[in-house]
Design a protein around this ligand. Structure first.
Ligand SMILES: C[S@@+](CC[C@H](N)C(=O)[O-])C[C@H]1O[C@@H](n2cnc3c(N)ncnc32)[C@H](O)[C@@H]1O
Length: 358
């Protein structure tokens, strides 16, 4: 090896070591963003003027000693400012816009919860790697809470302005009154929003997990909507032939036991002229196409720790989060839909949307 090459490889190893250190540092910050969201600390700081750790802890009703340590992460991590002369901490408005409930840029701290959750799954995931076994939803105690917060931002908030208009004509039919089903509805936020808006239509939500369904029912009661029902139901082998005019699924196909069988069942459950609107992760089935895909490493990590093992745990194939839009499109075409349209919404480059007409 020439001296030049040796130098280059040494420099490269040094630079790479710096990158790894940066990854570890930022991973810690991500977990702390999740804690800031869960404790409400970001929301409280956004509402306070620059304040001491004592004032912040008092407003949040949290232990000052621990709040001070969390604030130190926020300052050294570039999230907040600290003035040593006054002992005041500041969450700049531009940062609050990305880290608070109702923030103008969407609350990115919601997504940091996925990173914190996968840390708690380290032992479980290691066991999956060693044995090839799957997991059950009970292995993820706060999954439905995180998922509902996630999809409230990406789906429920964009339903009427961006998402339903993809399925041309569906809003007029919803106004007139049709039968709608959401497959894998989780805590049901999207369905409840539609039920509130389109009161002549009837909405049914199915999900495997009884705890998510209980939550959805309680939320529907609180919202005072009577035209939505939720049922705990395993959609493996599902079909209710010709029952529905409109079926949706939001990020709920790739982690099923049998995604292709479910898509066929959903197709069979539509009336003639019915529409299936499906959102799923928009990555490619080919790793090499995903090198620049937004947050691809996070998505593969969610796949390893959640989407792949929950499918395998149900006896399924474990297609994973990055099963690929190509796979989804092929399954939709194989299911016999008349037309299949594919869309990516500008506000949400991570997901792909299909409109499939029976
Ligand atoms: C990623 S979550 C999406 C939840 C919801 N659509 C949302 O966007 O918040 C996938 C959902 O599929 C549900 N699911 C997984 N396997 C299922 C099955 N065999 N039958 C019914 N639902 C299932 C899970 O319980 C989970 O709520």
């Amino acid at each position: 090896m020439t001296a030049d090459l040796q130098d280059t490889s040494t420099q490269s190893a040094e630079r790479f070591a710096e990158s790894v250190a940066d990854i570890v540092d930022k991973g810690a910050i991500a977990v702390m963003l999740s804690i800031g969201h869960r404790t409400g600390l970001f929301d409280i700081m956004a509402a306070l003027p620059p304040a001491t750790s004592e004032k912040i802890a008092e407003a949040a009703e949290l232990s000052e000693r621990y709040v001070r340590e969390w604030l130190a992460v926020m300052v050294t991590g570039g999230i907040m400012r600290y003035d040593p002369a006054t002992g005041h901490y500041t969450l700049p408005d531009a940062h609050a816009a990305c880290l608070t409930r109702g923030g103008a840029q969407g609350n990115l701290a919601v997504y940091a919860q996925h990173v914190a959750l996968m840390g708690t799954l380290q032992d479980r995931t290691t066991a999956c790697l060693e044995t090839g076994e799957g997991t059950g939803y009970g292995d993820y105690p706060c999954f439905h809470q995180i998922m509902a917060e996630d999809s409230t931002q990406t789906v429920a908030a964009a339903l009427f302005d961006h998402i339903l208009p993809l399925a041309t004509g569906i809003e007029a039919r919803l106004e007139q009154g049709i039968e709608v089903m959401d497959a894998g509805c989780g805590r049901g936020r999207a369905l409840i929003e539609m039920a509130k808006r389109f009161q002549k239509s009837r909405f049914t939500g199915y999900d495997l997990c009884a705890d998510a369904i209980d939550w959805a029912r309680a939320a529907a009661r609180r919202a005072g909507v009577g035209n939505v029902t939720f049922e705990a139901r395993d959609l493996t082998g599902y079909a209710e032939p010709g029952r529905f005019d409109f079926i949706t699924s939001f990020d709920a196909i790739h982690d099923q036991k049998d995604p292709e069988g479910l898509i066929r069942g959903l197709r069979a459950s539509l009336k003639p002229g019915g529409v299936y609107l499906v959102q799923d992760i928009g990555g490619s089935a080919k790793l090499e196409n995903n090198l620049d895909f937004p947050m691809a490493a996070l998505l593969y990590a969610v796949s390893l720790t959640h989407c792949t093992p929950v499918s395998i745990g149900q006896g399924g194939a474990g297609l994973g989060t990055m099963w690929g839009w190509e796979t989804a499109e092929r399954m939709l075409r194989n299911a016999g839909f008349q037309t299949v349209g594919r869309h990516v919404l500008p506000h949400d480059p991570m997901n792909v949307w299909f409109v499939a007409r029976a």
